[in-house]
Design a protein around this ligand. Structure first.
Ligand code: DX5
Ligand code: ZN
Length: 221
């Protein structure tokens, strides 16, 4: 399995000083910046768009920006995020009329492509598209808010998606998003995740470096 990557969700950061928050969490050992985009339509919350992604790049952020689109429609915002400096763009199949086309669109715009499975989305949605993907993002909460509790059925689903990725033998990351904490990350890693989104667990902690180090130690244990 690939190395462990920690992707703090800036949804739980202090937006009044976002650049500084991102600098601090990267200095504290984070690998990616997880960027949650919500439209008050596909999900019941409204957050940030390409302007903020671009602002982070102009601020000097060079780490991968992992854009998680919770928007409908998807396609028309993809080129904007690519221009704004996104590294990866993931989307929900329920929000796209043509999943395969959206994957190709993301790649044609120079980004890596990810598909996001909600807690109730069957893994079969990956059947014809997995070989095209760079990442599968499994939601372990219903999308829309930070700070929710991890839904335990995500563990079994992780195992099933891990099997599919391993069977295919391609370098596809398996990312988990929602309710990830230092005290459950070990079993999440054991179930097959290699990339870990954590929002409240990191940004609500007094010291980002300590909690990121704890998470890595748990994954390695
Ligand atoms: C939820 C978002 C998550 C969320 C994770 O829709 O996709 O990235 O911010 O937050 P925590 O880690 O607090 O569950
Ligand atoms: Zn997310």
């Amino acid at each position: 399995m690939s190395s462990c990557l920690i992707a703090p969700s800036i949804l739980s950061a202090n937006f009044a000083r976002l650049g500084e928050e991102v600098d601090n969490v990267l200095k504290a050992g984070a690998d990616w910046v997880h960027f949650d985009v919500m439209d008050n339509h596909y999900v019941p919350n409204l957050t940030i768009g390409p302007l903020v992604c671009e602002a982070l790049r102009k601020h000097g952020v060079t780490a991968p920006i992992d854009v998680h689109l919770m928007v409908k429609p998807v396609d028309r915002i993809v080129p904007d995020f690519a221009k704004a400096g996104a590294t990866l763009i993931s989307f929900h199949p329920e929000a796209s009329e043509h999943v395969h086309r959206t994957v190709q669109l993301i790649k044609a715009n120079g980004c890596q492509a990810g598909l996001v499975l909600n807690p109730a989305t069957p893994v079969e949605v990956l059947d014809y598209v997995l070989p095209e993907l760079d990442l599968v993002l499994l939601m372990s909460v219903n999308p829309g808010f930070g700070g929710q509790a991890f839904i335990p059925s995500a563990l079994d689903k992780l195992k099933r998606v891990r099997e599919r990725i391993d069977r295919l033998g391609k370098d596809i990351r398996l990312e988990i998003d929602g309710g990830v904490k230092a005290d459950n990350i070990r079993e999440i890693a054991a179930a097959g995740a290699d990339t870990f989104v954590a929002g409240s667990a990191i940004f609500n902690a007094p010291d980002y470096a300590t909690v990121i180090a704890q998470m890595r130690a748990e994954v390695a244990a």
